[in-house]
Design a protein around this ligand. Structure first.
Ligand SMILES: [Zn+2]
Length: 213
């Protein structure tokens, strides 16, 4: 039996293939259902199986595809059928949940195409995951106006402007570039700008517009 290369304790790995670019891992859920998902009767019987390709985190510079062997059951009480639930997997996206989370974070600093190539999915999927990720972040994270605001630039593929809270040492916002119109627009639309007492800037020419001669 191959070692559990996936490091997912809920799955048993039964086979591993690899070539220059890909790992193909065959795995199955360890804990099989003991009751019907519809009526909770324990009188269930095997009713075939299917194999699904699930994408996972790239490993050792290779794309990872997991062929998950999923059993299907028929309930002898209510007659309905169901598939064994897949833990740790986003069944809608056919990806492990950890991959979905990783893509969301990576997409902040990388191009969508580079992530799509690395994982082996289309760019539209990366875009859609990123949108969900940002929406979830905006619901859970409260962006506070810092009293001490830092304005710096960082190079994430291209130079971008970072607004930070100097007292907490946290990032408030990353703007799409460091150009003056972008920074000016951000600051002019910021609610609660009057709460900012101090601004520290990493001086880059376009931001020096207010510097006295
Ligand atoms: Zn049932």
């Amino acid at each position: 039996m191959p070692a559990n290369i996936l490091n997912l304790s809920t799955y048993e790995v039964t086979h591993i293939d690899e070539n220059e670019h890909d790992y193909h891992v065959t795995a199955a859920v360890k804990a099989l259902p003991i009751a019907c998902v519809h009526c909770h009767s324990t009188n269930i019987r095997g009713f075939g199986r299917r194999e699904q390709l699930i994408r996972d985190l790239p490993m050792h510079g290779k794309r990872v595809g997991v062929y998950v062997d999923t059993r299907r059951y028929q309930c002898q009480s209510c007659n309905k059928t169901f598939y064994a639930p897949l833990p740790d997997i986003d069944e809608k996206r056919k990806m492990t949940k950890r991959l979905v989370e990783w893509i969301g974070k990576q997409a902040i600093t990388r191009t969508f195409t580079s992530i799509a190539d690395e994982v082996g999915i289309v760019e539209g999927t990366v875009r859609s995951i990123f949108r969900d990720y940002i929406n979830a972040l905006e619901k859970t994270v409260r962006f506070e106006i810092p009293q001490w605001m830092g304005i710096d630039e960082i190079h994430l593929i291209k130079p971008r402007c970072v607004i930070s809270n100097i007292q907490n040492n946290t990032i408030v916002e990353i703007l799409k570039d460091r150009n003056k119109p972008t920074v000016t627009r951000y600051l002019s639309q910021l609610k609660g700008l009057d709460q900012v007492h101090y601004v520290a800037m990493d001086m880059w020419k376009p931001w020096e517009h207010s510097k006295p001669k």
